[in-house]
Design a protein around this ligand. Structure first.
Ligand SMILES: C[S@@+](CC[C@H](N)C(=O)[O-])C[C@H]1O[C@@H](n2cnc3c(N)ncnc32)[C@H](O)[C@@H]1O
Length: 559
C-alpha cells in the first residue's frame, strides 16, 4: 500500500512546486535554443577588428570618421561592446525578414519553409544581437527595427522583453510597395513596419521637425515665427451661441489701422463682437483672460471683410508624427532599388530601403551629433541617409555600418555605394551627381586565440590596436620612430599604445614634447597600469591595461 506523505513532506513538496512555477515562463516568447556557430566559436576565438587601409575614404578631415565593418554582426557587436558601450544614440536595423524564401543563413545553411526550427533560429539570432546592441545605447538612445508580417509578432515580444514594453515609442506602418506582392493568393502585402523603442522612455525625445511637407501645405502664410494659417476666432455652432457661452461673448477693441487688438475700451478703437453679418450672436473661442494671455506676437489678426471686421487667430504649423506613412518618397522601388541601380549601374541588391524612409526616421530621432549604428546594413542605405541628412541640416552625425559579405554585399554593393555617395558619381542618364563628402574607414572582423596564455595576451594586444583607435576616435597615426609604442590623434586628443613596458621611458620623452591629452593603453599580463611610472605626468594621461580592459568585457559576454 502507498504510504501517505507526512505534513512535513507535503510542505516541502509545496515549496518545490512553487519554485518550479516561478522559474517557468508564464507569458511571453518561448523558443528552441539552437546553438549558433558564430557564437560557439567565441569560446575559442576572440573577435577583433582589423583595418583594410586601402579602402579608406577621406575627403574632409574636419568631418567625422564613419565606419564600415565587414563580418558577422555578432562578432562586430562584441567588439563594439568594448569600444562603444553606452555611446550609440540611434540603432536602425533591417534584419532578414525570414520569409521562408531562403533570405538568410543560419550556421551557413539557408533557412527555408521546410525548416521546423525556422522561427526559433531567427529568434535565437535576433535575441543575442539585441542584447548586445542594448548595451551600446546611451540612456537617451532609441532603436528602430524594420520588419514585415513574417516575424513581427516574434520581434515585438523580443523587444518588449529586452527593452520593456513601457519603453515602446510606437509602431509605424510604411506603405513601401503600393503594387503589393503579385504572387499572393489572398491579401497582397504592400506594407511593412518600424518598431521604435527607447532605452528609457523618460529620457528619449523626438525632434521638432517637418517630415511631411505635403501635409503642411495648408499652412500657407509665414511670419518671423514660422508657417501658419488663419482661423476664425468666432465659433459658429448652436452650442456656442451667446446664450450658451455668455462668458465668451465680449467686445474686442480694434485700432483704426487694424493692427492693435485689446480688451480695453480705448477712444477711437472699434468694438468687435462675435456676430455674423445676419446679426446672430455667437461666442469667441476663448474667455477674456485667455484672450489676453494669447494676445502677443501678432497672434490675433483683424481683417475688414465686406463691411464687417473679422477676428482671426494664427494656427501654427506643428508636425505631429502619425504612425501610418504613405508618402511616395518611402516606396522602396524608386528610392531604394532604382536609386541603387542608378548609383552602381548593374550591380544592385534586391531589397534596399528607401533612403528617404531612413532619412526621415533619423530626422525625427537623432541629434546633429548622433552616432548611428546599423548592424544589418546590407547595401548601406543607412550610411547614405546619414550623409544626406547631414548635408540637409549641416549635421555632424556619424554612422557605423555592419554587414556580412553574403553575395559580396559588403565589398561590391555597400562599400562602393558609400564611396560613390561621398565622392560623387555619374548616374545612368550620364549626369554627374555631386558627392556629399565625408570619411570612411573599412574594417573586417578577425580572431585571436582565446586561451589566456601570455603569448595569446600579447597577440590580442597587438591585434586590438584598431579597436582602441575606434574607441578613442583617433585615426591619424603619428610617426614615433619606435616600434614598441604607437601614437594616434584626432583634433582633440591622442591615443598611445605601449606594447612593451621597456618602452615607457621612450614614450614619456615623446609625450612630454606634445601639448595634449593622452589615452594610454599599456600592455600588461595582469591589470597593472604601472601608475607609479607615470606619476610625473598623471594630469595629461588616462591609463588602461590591455588586453585586460578588453578581456573584462569579453568575459562578461561569453560567460
Ligand atoms: C534586409 S537586408 C538589409 C537591407 C538594408 N536595409 C538596405 O537598405 O540595403 C539584411 C542584410 O543583413 C545581412 N546580414 C544577415 N545576417 C547577418 C549577420 N549575422 N551579420 C551581418 N550581416 C547580416 C544580409 O547580408 C543582408 O544584406
Amino acid at each position: 500500500m502507498k504510504k501517505e506523505k507526512s505534513v512535513e513532506e507535503l510542505q516541502k513538496e509545496i515549496v518545490r512546486l512553487k519554485k518550479e512555477l516561478k522559474s517557468k515562463k508564464k507569458y511571453g516568447l518561448v523558443w528552441e535554443d539552437k546553438p549558433e556557430d558564430v557564437v560557439e566559436m567565441c569560446k575559442e576565438k576572440l573577435p577583433v577588428l582589423k583595418e583594410v587601409s586601402n579602402k579608406d575614404i577621406i575627403t574632409d578631415e574636419k568631418k567625422p570618421v564613419n565606419i564600415l565593418i565587414e563580418g558577422d554582426n555578432y562578432h562586430a557587436l562584441c567588439a563594439l561592446n568594448y569600444s562603444h558601450n553606452k555611446k550609440i544614440d540611434i540603432i536602425y536595423i533591417d534584419p532578414p525578414y525570414n520569409t521562408g524564401a531562403k533570405d538568410w543563413k543560419y550556421n551557413n545553411d539557408y533557412v527555408d519553409n521546410n525548416d521546423t526550427f525556422r522561427h526559433s533560429k531567427w529568434v535565437c539570432m535576433m535575441e543575442k544581437r539585441l542584447m548586445l546592441a542594448k548595451k551600446l545605447l546611451k540612456d537617451t538612445g532609441i532603436i528602430i527595427c524594420a520588419i514585415d508580417e513574417y516575424e513581427i509578432h516574434n520581434v515585438r515580444h523580443l523587444l518588449d522583453t529586452i527593452f520593456q514594453e513601457k519603453n515602446k515609442l510606437g509602431m509605424v506602418t510604411v506603405l513601401h510597395n503600393p503594387k503589393g506582392r503579385n504572387l499572393s493568393k489572398f491579401f497582397s502585402s504592400n506594407s511593412e513596419y518600424m518598431l521604435v523603442y527607447a532605452k528609457d522612455v523618460n529620457k528619449a525625445s523626438f525632434n521638432d521637425v517637418v517630415i511631411d511637407e505635403e501635409k503642411l501645405l495648408t499652412f500657407d502664410q509665414k511670419d518671423e515665427l514660422g508657417g501658419y494659417r488663419l482661423e476664425k476666432f468666432m465659433r459658429v455652432r448652436t452650442s456656442w451661441s451667446r446664450k450658451n457661452k455668455s462668458n465668451n461673448y465680449y467686445p474686442i477693441y480694434v485700432s483704426p489701422k487694424m493692427d492693435i487688438l485689446t480688451l480695453e475700451n480705448i477712444k477711437g478703437y472699434i468694438p468687435v463682437y462675435p456676430k455674423t453679418d445676419d446679426g446672430r450672436e455667437w461666442a469667441w473661442k476663448n474667455i477674456p483672460g485667455t484672450f489676453n494671455s494669447l494676445n502677443k506676437d501678432n497672434y490675433f489678426v483683424a481683417l475688414k471683410e465686406k463691411n464687417i471686421i473679422n477676428i482671426y487667430h494664427k494656427y501654427r504649423e506643428k508636425q505631429v508624427f502619425k504612425n501610418v506613412w504613405t508618402n511616395k518618397k518611402y516606396f522602396s522601388e524608386f528610392n531604394g532599388s532604382l536609386l541603387l541601380k542608378d548609383i552602381l549601374g548593374d550591380n544592385y541588391f534586391n531589397y534596399p530601403k528607401s533612403v528617404f524612409l531612413i532619412l526621415d526616421i533619423l530626422k525625427i530621432t537623432s541629434s546633429k551629433n548622433a552616432i548611428i549604428l546599423d548592424y544589418f546594413a546590407g547595401s548601406g542605405t543607412t550610411g547614405h541617409a546619414v550623409l544626406e541628412l547631414n548635408k540637409e541640416d549641416s549635421g555632424n552625425r556619424k554612422f557605423i555600418l555592419v554587414t556580412n559579405n553574403e553575395n559580396d554585399i559588403c565589398t561590391d554593393v555597400c562599400y562602393p555605394r558609400v564611396k560613390k555617395v561621398i565622392k560623387g558619381y555619374k548616374n545612368l542618364k550620364g549626369e554627374n551627381i555631386k558627392g556629399l563628402s565625408g570619411n570612411l574607414k573599412y574594417y573586417r572582423t578577425d580572431f585571436v586565440d582565446a586561451k589566456p596564455t601570455d603569448k595569446n595576451k600579447r597577440k590580442l594586444t597587438e591585434e586590438a590596436t584598431e579597436m582602441l583607435c575606434i574607441k578613442e576616435d583617433t585615426f591619424n597615426e603619428l610617426k614615433t620612430g619606435n616600434k614598441y609604442f604607437r601614437v594616434f590623434k584626432n583634433d582633440r586628443k591622442y591615443t598611445a599604445i605601449i606594447y612593451d613596458i621597456l618602452a615607457i621611458d621612450d614614450f614619456k620623452k615623446y609625450a612630454q614634447k606634445v601639448n595634449g591629452y593622452f589615452a594610454v593603453y599599456i600592455f600588461s599580463l595582469s591589470d597593472d597600469t604601472y601608475d607609479e611610472e607615470f606619476e610625473d605626468m598623471k594630469n595629461k594621461i588616462r591609463l588602461s591595461p590591455i588586453p585586460e580592459a578588453i578581456l573584462r568585457i569579453y568575459r562578461r559576454i561569453f560567460k
